[in-house]
Design a protein around this ligand. Structure first.
Ligand code: RP5
Length: 151
């Protein structure tokens, strides 16, 4: 994520990964304030064995796109809700990547963070049958927990 202030949103991604027993790490890496840290992180990610990157940022959110430009790993972008524009700025700056460098962009805020983790899980589950079973169980549990009546 681009700032500690993003953690309130991005913790939902981390919690979802934990619920699925997916090993992960959480780091603050800013495209604007720590560009060298971002370059080192992105360029070294595949070599360290990472398989998917979830990048959350707000405002002029260059982190997901810049990260994607420096790694072959899939990058999932989460637009963090900004104060000034309620995340519209984050969303548009993450989603409108020029052809050639993709960022899989999720919804603004908590929903995007949760779904980034679930999408990462789905990607990883393609080559991990045990994780595929946990993803199926997660979804079955979610389905059975939806009440029939409004109150
Ligand atoms: C972005 O700037 C971060 O991703 C964050 O959403 C936004 C504001 O950061 P802070 O000023 O709260 O550190 O780089």
């Amino acid at each position: 994520m681009g700032s500690r202030s993003d953690w309130e949103t991005m913790r939902h991604a981390a919690e979802t990964l934990s619920a699925l027993a997916i090993p992960h790490e959480c780091r603050v890496v800013s495209a604007h304030r720590t560009p060298q840290r971002m370059a080192d992180y992105a360029a070294g990610a595949a070599g360290r064995g990472l398989r998917v990157i979830i990048a959350g940022a707000g405002g002029a959110a260059h982190l997901p796109g810049m990260t994607a430009s420096m790694t072959r790993l899939p990058v999932l972008g989460v637009p963090v809700e900004s104060h000034a524009l309620r995340g519209q700025d984050s969303l548009l700056s993450i989603v409108q990547m020029p052809a050639g460098i993709p960022v899989g962009t999720l919804a603004i805020g908590r929903a995007g963070a949760v779904n980034a983790a679930l999408l990462a899980a789905a990607i990883l589950a393609l080559s991990d049958p045990a994780l595929a079973e946990r993803v199926e169980a997660f979804r079955a549990n979610q389905t059975s927990s939806v009440p029939d009546l409004p109150a």
